[in-house]
Design a protein around this ligand. Structure first.
Ligand code: EPZ
Length: 432
């Protein structure tokens, strides 16, 4: 097994190059199934979720190979199956995009129920509602496999009003509707940057999608999608994570290769706290040196609101800010599982329903903690960086799902963090 060993107590200084967006990559890679020719996807993060979805496409017959650390070549033309029901598929939430892509390409799909980070119920009723509105029949087989089939093998465009603003359902319906007959309108659509990125990718292949990034998306079905080379957007959540770490340690870093507009709600909140933020075309400088930070309240909302995927990281950072800060988690039912881990470090934080009440300013203690999910794991690193001592973080496979070269990137800005292999008694440090 592996763990991170973090010796905290030092401010972070330097530059971080942000990688491609995980939540764009895990949708765009399966979207290649819709294409009738090979594609090259660039700025792909080297993370386990990308490895997993790539392997799933290979299992289905696609030729997928890494051209270099951040580029993938995918030829979908040899895919013969409409099924993705292996354990690999169960291993990640984004597997559900295979439903929309297979249904959109072949008019049928059979995909294992997705797994992924477990924080509360993660239904897919809106995805299925969209597929059925497009003319597919869907059913859940043995509670484990979702089958969707369109009687005439070609979906028919329609008007869908999502009951819930859902990133996954918006993207999945977009995928299914790409080659459907006629016009599909998605109302109450999610507006995250990765939704716009998926629409841009599909349009670059010859799809006809308008309105992505607004709450009304119109998709006019097309017959053929040609191969492209496409570079995905930077990861605003990865950037927000390093920004929180800089603030938590009262350091000063610059996050590079980003789109500042994608981080507006995060930079606005940091400015509200008194952090000095300087925005450039493709970078943001975060300076928390020699400032007295103010506590703040956070309410997570669909984009352009404050992103739920930065909620745990902000909670850990707010532990360093004197005063009472309140977090209101409005997207997920139970995204506070990390709180019990922070309490092991002496954090004064309590949860009341959707609220987390943080009494910041008290020093944290070193304690063995674990990552309960991807962003919770990032929060543990941010908490550990505040501690004058050595903190060990286990279950780091969650962190490595979504953060490329996380040890190297943190060490490059002065963090004392290393990955250690251990099996019970003995330990062996794995390089950085
Ligand atoms: C995506 O999950 C992201 N995952 C999540 O990021 C992110 O937290 C979430 O969007 C919100 O931004 C990927 O992109 C792979 P939703 P998704 O559908 O699509 C309810 C990370 O840390 N809902 O927008 O599963 C749902 O219960 C991960 O990178 C339904 O009720 O999220 C939730 O309350 C964690 N029915 C809300 O909508 C549905 O059919 C938002 O879910 C679908 C969703």
């Amino acid at each position: 097994m592996e763990k991170f060993v973090v010796t905290g107590g030092k401010p972070l200084f330097g530059e971080v190059n942000i990688s491609g967006a995980k939540n764009a990559a895990v949708a765009i890679i399966p979207a290649v199934i819709l294409c009738d020719e090979p594609c090259q996807i660039e700025n792909i993060p080297n993370i386990s979720d990308v490895t997993l979805i790539s392997r799933i496409l290979q299992q289905m017959g696609a030729n997928v190979r890494r051209i270099n650390k951040s580029s993938l070549y995918i030829d979908p033309s040899q895919i013969r199956t409409r099924s993705a029901v292996t354990d690999l598929v169960r291993g990640m939430r984004a597997s559900y995009y295979l439903l929309g892509a297979l249904l959109g390409k072949y008019g049928e799909a059979k995909v294992a129920m997705p797994g992924g980070c477990n924080f509360g119920v993660r239904p897919i009723d809106q995805h299925l509602k969209g597929f059925e509105a497009l003319g597919a029949e869907t059913r859940l087989v043995d509670g484990a496999i979702i089958e969707a089939k369109c009687p005439g093998n070609r979906l028919v465009g329609t008007h869908i009003y999502l009951d819930v603003v859902s990133v996954g359902a918006t993207m999945n319906i977009m995928l299914a509707a790409c080659k459907a007959e006629g016009l599909t309108i998605i109302e109450n659509a999610a507006k995250e940057p990765h939704i716009v990125d998926l629409a841009n990718f599909l349009n670059s292949m010859g799809a006809d999608i308008r309105g992505a990034g607004t709450d009304v998306i119109k998709i006019r079905g097309v017959g053929y999608l040609h191969g492209v080379t496409y570079s995905i957007i930077p990861d605003q959540i990865e950037a927000g994570t390093y920004m929180c770490a800089a603030v938590a340690t009262r350091g000063c870093i610059t996050v590079k290769n980003i789109t500042p507009k994608h981080l507006e709600s995060i930079t606005a909140k940091l400015r509200e706290m008194g952090v000095k933020i300087t925005e450039y075309d493709e970078a943001i400088k975060v300076d928390a040196t020699n400032v007295t930070l103010k506590r703040c309240n956070i309410k997570t909302m669909p984009h352009p609101g404050f992103p739920t995927d930065c909620q745990p990281q902000f909670a850990a950072m707010l532990l360093s800010v004197p005063g009472t800060s309140i977090i209101n988690e409005n997207v997920w039912d139970n995204r506070y599982q990390y709180v019990s881990e922070l309490i092991k470090m002496g954090a004064q934080i309590s949860v009341e329903g959707r609220l987390a009440i943080i009494e910041g300013g008290a020093p944290l203690n070193a304690a063995p903690v674990k990552a309960t999910d991807l962003r919770a794991g990032a929060a543990m690193i941010i908490a550990a960086l505040q501690v004058n001592g050595v903190t060990e973080i286990s279950s780091i496979q969650y962190i490595e799902r979504g953060y490329e070269d996380v040890v190297e990137k943190f060490r490059a800005i002065g963090a004392d963090i290393k990955k250690v292999y251990y099996n019970g008694d003995n330990e062996e440090s794995l390089g950085a």
